[in-house]
Ligand binder design. Structure first.
Ligand SMILES: *Cc1c(COP(=O)(O)O)cnc(C)c1O
Length: 390
């Protein structure tokens, strides 16, 4: 089976695994133990990883708070960033195409009396910066707009939005999970206060992530997970030392290989798109062609039923939306203006570090077979409506 679901998760790079292994067994210390070598060794490894992670995002090590993943990092940003907001600020601005890790905590705040503006996007998937400007007021506590979308791969104008947020005195958070290690991420250039990251999206282990907290911003942050005082009191709990070491190693590898890899992967993605247009026909690219992540392609197939498409796809691992909500039509595609049928008849194809040209050719051939078969067996009315060629 050809794995084209790298937005859901990525395999751990062998170099990352190798770096992690000693920290499960002989170097098993608790990074908070101050009285012996076991603790010192674990702490040193964590601090080395903190530098590696910070370096890939252009932060300083002190600005990195390790968490159990991006969902928790985002919770710290949104629940934490609103917990100690001044009384006059009870408003959040976000976007309809955000990951559920952002939308759910915002909706939870809405249920407890906050005003939440979920801005729509254009058919390109991009939010209108003027609309963001109009939405942010002196009553806004936090603005959260993702850097790279996990379904359609488009890159939002985060730096422009951060300027607008700061002009009104609001905190700026970005979910930069899909961008890290794929495209250049520099928190200073982006001008954000808070940014969420996850190791398992860049060939690191699952269950570890980080929140970038700009120097000084920690004073504006409550800590939803307390106890033990780890991570400067911002996130309590014994550190996941092997996971953190793996996150660090994954960032180090990505820093060295990202540029060459982005070039290679985007060429393969373009080849896949070309082949799908030639061999399948009746395809549309969901979201703007650029700016987009190098490994992302989101394709709508006219005249097929979404569920049969996923069932028929025996040789390619892909999904029609985010892994967490794969049975429903994607809220991201619906926000682009697709109807339920169109959203379900779409595939998110995510290429990765070990995707080969041969795999792309086989995946395109398989998709052509599956789609042709589904179109042959589809009711004539649906084919006519779709105007499909085969
Ligand atoms: C995967 C993902 C998350 C969640 O990350 P976890 O570490 O799995 O909690 C959040 N946002 C985006 C854009 C993602 O792709």
């Amino acid at each position: 089976m050809i794995y084209l679901d790298h937005h859901a998760t990525t395999p751990v790079d062998a170099r990352v695994l190798e770096a992690m292994l000693p920290f499960f067994t002989e170097k098993f210390g608790n990074a908070s133990s101050r009285t012996h070598r076991f603790g010192w060794e674990a702490n040193e490894a964590v601090e080395r990883a903190r530098k590696q992670v910070a370096s890939l995002m252009g932060a300083s090590a002190r600005e990195v708070v390790f968490t159990s993943g991006a969902t928790e990092a985002t919770h710290l940003a949104i629940a934490g960033g609103t917990a100690v907001a001044p009384a006059g600020r009870r408003h959040i601005v976000t976007v309809a195409t955000e990951h559920k890790a952002v939308l759910d905590p915002c909706r939870q705040l809405a249920a407890s009396g906050w005003t939440v503006t979920e801005l729509p996007v254009a058919p390109t998937g991009l939010v209108d910066v003027d609309a963001v400007a109009r939405a942010i007021t002196p009553g806004t506590a936090l603005v959260s707009v993702m850097l790279a979308n996990n379904e359609i791969g488009v890159l939002q104008p985060v730096a422009d939005i951060a300027r607008l947020a700061h002009a009104q005195g609001a905190l700026m958070h970005t979910d930069a999970v899909q961008a890290l290690g794929k495209v250049a991420v520099d928190v200073a250039t982006l001008g954000v206060d808070l940014a969420s990251f996850s190791a398992h999206k860049l060939y690191g282990p699952k269950g570890v992530g980080a929140l970038y907290v700009k120097r000084g911003v920690e004073k504006q942050l409550g800590a939803p997970v307390r106890g033990g005082g780890q991570e400067r009191g911002l996130r309590g709990g014994t550190l996941n030392v092997p996971g953190i070491v793996g996150f660090g190693a994954a960032c180090e590898v990505a820093g060295h290989e990202m540029q060459v890899e982005a070039h290679r992967v985007s060429a393969l993605r373009d080849r896949l798109w070309q082949l799908l247009q030639e061999r399948v026909g009746g395809v549309t690219m969901n979201g703007a062609e650029s700016p987009r992540l190098p490994g992302n392609l989101n394709v709508g197939f006219a005249g097929v039923e979404g569920e049969s498409l996923l069932v028929g796809l025996t040789d390619v691992a892909a999904s029609s939306g985010a892994a967490c909500t794969s049975a429903e039509p994607s809220h991201v595609l619906v926000a682009l203006g697709l109807d339920k049928t169109g959203a379900l008849a779409s595939l998110r194809l995510g290429l990765g570090r070990w995707t080969t040209a041969e795999e792309i050719d086989r995946a395109a051939a398989h998709l052509a077979d599956v789609v042709a078969h589904l179109r042959r067996s589809a009711p004539a009315t649906r084919l006519a409506a779709a105007g499909a060629s085969r």
